[in-house]
Design a protein around this ligand. Structure first.
Ligand code: ATP
Length: 843
């Protein structure tokens, strides 16, 4: 729970936070007084009509504004509009700030991002209102900070303007256009933006004056000092508890508050803008139109596409509008009759904004939580891999293979842990901000939660838990006899005998016999004193691989004379029997297809006989971290196709209820095998994972696919595409090799070609062709000429001859096109231009 920050004058309570989840954007409307011109106009009109005609709007109470004139228009437009607050002509900016905006602006002190906007037509009072609000907020923030003795604050300030769709740093004088970047953590960030470290309140005010001076301002008919750009001032506040005795050990709060003064919408007919002003006006209107569309779509809710990317403004404000920030919008308007249409538009915008809730935050939480879960699963998978090496028959390469694999996994785990931690911290923050109850979120399945602590990713209990099942996939190694336990049959053994972090009750099941069948079976028992990753690594260094042969005849074994032979130890059997397991599945290692079938992704799972809650719970705990789909295919198929009373949905439900809905038929419904998407999906999923390993697919790419791995049938096309892509990639190395050979051949030919000619000949030629005289570049260019003609080795020689002919016959009066019979364009600009213009001649 966030700590409450309270001061004498204000208090940001937990109550405010807890309502954040369903909080709407705070929308206020402020009507400015008629200005001199409008009054004058009114007076002129007043002679004809009445003075009051110039003021069309009236704030009837603190929340409602009504249109009071022109009955004929009432029929098509609403006459009354209600908002969180409305402020009439006589209200002060202080009032606007105090009654609503203040609470949101000062959220920043509680570590909650916030944004305050001013929106309205040109000359309606946006800058007037925003500058006042900014001043009051800054004063309050510094006042609050000065009274905190137990927290240290660091404040930073940055400022940008968006002028004609270009982002500029208002604290930098170079006027350079800045780029917007998508940061997975921070959202949209402005590249190379100055962030000034603030000394005190006066320093901040100084910088704000600099921004005012830097901002694009121009004169229009409606406003002598019209802002021609959108301005965003950002104040970043970071605080942590001071470290002194008895202090709350320094929780850091960091957030920022944006003060956004938008440029005003305008009509060229009213502003009489031309030239630069007109161009500015059209950019302003266009970006405000996008802002309006975004607000309208957000107000409708649902999952329709929100066109944030259609303007720089909406991209930058994305988080404030639909993300993780508290937001207040002050819509300013003129009461003058001459601006009635613009005022109506402003009120319509405000009405839409009123309906925009911060539900989007929950969506963010959902996606983040999903990401964390996926990363956890991936972590668990990697942890399993640590103990389930796929072993080739070549025992001498085993250790190398293991070491490499371990190193790779170590890196992957580290990377994943970092990613997960980042996602988790972001999620925590979002949950905190939105006040979302994590348990109420749809993805949360406590039985599948994995508790892998950061920095301890390969040595903790959770990994032990998940790896326990995977231990059935056996490393086929023998070992130095000094290091082992001898089995009764005299074969060497290395046992998994974890004594490090695991509970005593877990020890037994980690004692696993491992067997390798190479022609004949080899029984190896592995005794590992320390189950940690480090020790496993250590062991792999010391173990000397020896393959012993023994008949593969034990009852407890499921073996194959050609493939990998896997068995469970007695202790393991005992464990599973105690857990009332119906069957121990030895995955595909029993398949006759040889070692390939026993790949590392073939996790082994057990299915409980009893469906009592206790048993299911036990299994869930055991299976935590095993990817959701890792049911044994054959067993599942049997169950689905069998006509007995086995309720498959019951078995599946502990994995993924959504999936069960999709894959398991209603009672007595017959499943066509070919319609069994689940089976097909699971097969594809395994295939993809296998190919990922083979193609060394980067982890970041793999993580995108976890969403697909939920098993949604509509994702099948993506699965297929990925499969095809990977299959192609798998063969890519050979293509690359042949392409390289081809290139080498081409370069050699080019070199040879060059040697044939005298230096004078070459120079004439190169000058004519615009080929650089620098030797390296020249070679490249000439090679390129050869390449344009040739696509394979066989054609190179032929092509080289043509080039040679060309080079040798400088008097030849032919265009390159005629010579080569194709329209190649070497990339030298000069050559390209000359060629296109037909000015190259060889005479
Ligand atoms: N509530 C108010 N009370 C008194 N004067 C005001 C009020 N609001 C605005 N004004 C005056 O109206 C004029 C225009 O205001 P301002 O420049 O803030 O408008 P704007 O909406 O920012 O216009 P633009 O979009 O063209 O920049 C200024 O001279 C300002 O002092």
């Amino acid at each position: 729970m966030m700590e409450s920050i309270s001061g004498d004058e204000f208090e940001i309570s937990n109550e405010q936070e807890s309502t954040a989840q369903d909080e709407k954007i705070f929308v206020a409307v402020r009507v400015r007084p008629l200005n001199g011109k409008e009054i004058a106009k009114g007076l002129i009109m007043g002679k004809l009509h009445s003075f009051s005609d110039t003021s069309d709007w009236e704030c009837v109470n603190t929340t409602t504004i009504v249109f009071k004139n022109n009955p004929s228009e009432r029929s098509t437009y609403p006459s009354a509009y209600t908002f969180d607050r409305v402020y009439g002509c006589d209200s002060s900016t202080k009032q606007v700030y105090e009654e609503g905006v203040k609470g949101i602006a000062l959220s920043v002190l509680n570590g909650i991002n916030s944004s305050i906007f001013a929106y309205g037509q040109t000359s309606s009072g946006k800058t007037y209102t925003m500058s006042g609000i900014t001043d009051y907020a800054i004063a309050d923030i510094y006042d609050y900070i000065s009274r905190q003795i137990d927290r240290e604050f660091t404040l930073k300030f940055s400022a940008i303007e968006i002028y004609n769709e270009c982002v500029r740093d208002l604290l930098s004088h170079d006027g350079a256009q800045l780029r917007l970047l998508d940061d997975p953590e921070k959202g949209i960030v402005v590249e190379k933006l100055t962030e000034a470290n603030l000394r005190d309140c006066n320093h901040l005010k100084e910088l704000i004056s600099v921004c005012e001076a830097e901002r694009q301002i121009g004169e229009t008919k409606l406003n002598e000092m019209s802002s021609r750009s959108h301005q965003i001032l950002r104040l970043m506040v970071e605080s942590s508890a001071c470290e002194y005795e008895g202090s709350d050990s320094g929780r850091t709060l960091a957030a920022s508050v944006n003060f956004v003064d938008l440029a005003g919408s305008e009509r060229a007919s009213q502003t009489l803008a031309a030239g630069t002003r007109l161009k500015e006006g059209s950019h302003i209107n266009r970006s405000l139109l996008t802002l309006g569309t975004v607000i309208r779509k957000l107000s409708k809710g649902g999952y329709s596409h929100i066109p944030y990317r259609n303007s720089k403004l909406t991209r930058i404000l994305q988080n404030s509008l639909g993300g993780n920030a508290r937001t207040a919008i002050v819509c300013t308007m003129s009461p003058a009759h001459s601006h009635v249409e613009q005022s109506r538009n402003t009120l319509l915008f405000a009405s839409c904004a009123k309906d925009v809730s911060t539900n989007a935050q929950v969506n963010l939480v959902i996606s983040d939580k999903a990401l964390v879960k996926q990363l956890q699963q991936e972590l668990a998978r990697l942890a399993n891999e640590l103990k389930t090496f796929h072993v080739s028959n070549d025992s001498t390469s085993l250790i190398k293979q293991m070491k490499l694999k371990l190193e790779k996994m170590e890196k992957e785990i580290e990377e994943l842990t970092q990613q997960r931690d980042l996602a988790e911290s972001r999620l925590d923050h979002l949950i905190r901000v939105t006040g979302t109850d994590p348990n109420s979120l749809p993805w949360v399945d406590p039985s599948q939660e994995i508790t892998i602590s950061p920095g301890d990713s390969y040595n903790d209990q959770s990994i032990e838990k998940t790896s326990r099942i995977a231990n059935n996939n056996i490393i086929k190694v023998s070992e130095d006899s000094s290091n082992d336990n001898r089995n009764i049959d005299g074969t060497s053994s290395i046992g998994y005998n974890s004594t490090s972090n695991s509970e005593n009750s877990h020890k037994e099941d980690q004692n696993i016999e491992k067997k390798l069948c190479i022609g004949k079976s080899i029984t190896i028992k592995e005794t590992r004193v320390d189950d940690s990753y480090e020790s496993l690594k250590e062991n792999t260094k010391d173990i000397q691989i020896m393959v012993e042969q023994s008949p593969c005849s034990s009852d407890s074994e499921i073996s194959d004379s050609e493939g990998i032979c896997l068995t469970r130890s007695k202790s393991c059997n005992e464990f599973t029997m105690n857990a009332s397991y119906e069957k121990e599945i030895i995955a595909e290692s029993t398949d006759n297809n040889g070692p390939e079938t026993g790949n590392q992704d073939d996790y082994i799972q057990t299915i409980p006989k009893s469906k009592s809650e206790a048993d299911v719970k036990t299994i869930d705990q055991q299976n935590s971290g095993i990817p959701v789909m890792d049911l044994d295919e054959k067993e599942l198929e049997q169950k689905i196709n069998s006509s007995d009373e086995v309720d498959v949905s019951d078995e599946l439900s502990r994995f993924d209820p959504e999936l069960v809905k999709k894959t398991v038929p209603k009672a007595n419904e017959f499943i066509e095998p070919e319609e069994n998407w689940f089976m097909a999906f699971e097969k594809q999923r395994r295939e993809i994972i296998k190919l990922w390993h083979e193609c060394n697919t980067p982890l970041i790419h793999r993580t995108y696919f976890f969403l697909l791995f939920k098993g949604d049938k509509s994702d099948s096309v993506y699965m297929e595409v990925e499969l095809r892509r990977l299959s192609f990639l798998k063969n890519a190395p050979s293509r690359v090799t042949s392409a390289r050979a081809l290139n080498r051949e081409r370069i050699m030919l080019s070199k040879k070609l060059l040697k044939k000619f005298s230096s004078t000949q070459r120079e004439i030629l190169f000058r004519k062709w615009g080929i650089p005289l620098d030797s390296r570049q020249r070679r490249v260019q000439l090679s390129r000429l050869v390449w344009t003609k040739t696509n394979d080795i066989d054609h190179i020689k032929e092509s080289a001859e043509i080039v040679a002919k060309l080079v040798g016959m400088v008097e030849l009066n032919q265009t390159p096109k005629e010579l080569f019979g194709l329209s190649f364009l070497p990339k030298t600009d000069h050559f390209k231009t000359s060629f296109c213009r037909g000015t190259i001649s060889f005479t």
